[in-house]
Design a protein around this ligand. Sequence first.
Ligand SMILES: [Zn+2]
Length: 317
Amino acid sequence: MYDFKSGTLTSGGQTLSLDDASGELCFVSHAHSDHTEAFSKKREVFASQETFTLVGKEPVARKLPGITLHHAGHMLGARQLFARLDGGTFAYTGDFSLHDSYTARAAEILKCDTLMIDSTYCLPQMRFPKRYDVLAKMEKFVKANSNSLVVFGAYSTGKAQELVSFLNRECGIAPVVGARAAKMCAAYEKCGVRLDYIEAGSEEAARAQVSILPPPEVNFSAGARIAAQTGKSVKTAVATGWAAASRFPVDEAFPLSDHADFADTMRYIYGSGASTIICANANPGAAAHYLRSIGINAVEKGEANPGVQTKLDGIRA
Ligand SMILES: [Zn+2]
């Protein structure tokens, strides 16, 4: 059964917490640091082999009765969880996307009675242009600036590797990456993903056209500083879903996201056939409020079962 109050799942006598470290046994959906607390708190972890490798741990193969893992898109190793419970079926998406990327396979929509879904972009204003169009614009930008240094801002885990693969395949370029992203690229390679990149600080790096740095290090003033140091013209860019809603102090902001946008989140919710939706991760309160406003039975993670709430309301009335 799924316990609404604690946000945990009990199956076959074992209780599993979902992307938090509240229990002894924890499901970690993927290797982004806002989901991996269970590793640092030394809990028993249920995760994909790749997720173990990406956080620098020896993989532990664990089988839990009635529970299966499924691709989630988003980043290498990301998984959704499906459980057959006494009271019906349950699915948890973790961070997900419904399209294949260079380094991860798309999430399939899991049919279930209760769905816990990542609600990062579950608001109507969060819509991304087609991925293919964004990638085509990025390719054009890199090629049009072949005489400049191009500096992309991207998170070291997941997005940086996606950009390396994009630059390798579409532009024939091996980019320079910072130390943390290089460590993660090496972990991706350990999982069988081929990436061609150059480590910052090496002799080769001085001759490279494109670099990938952490987002806080990429803006107009950083670009001006690099231009002064190298005597070359510099173009700055970011690749993030937030570019669809916010302005960034860079030459080009590309709305390339590894999350489902509003339309894809709704596609999952309706496609799952779930009668109860639990919003989790980012913006769960606002997302649940929005879903209720359009007639969907939704709560945020940790909130009481809406079905029970409706019954009580009926008694009070
Ligand atoms: Zn994530």
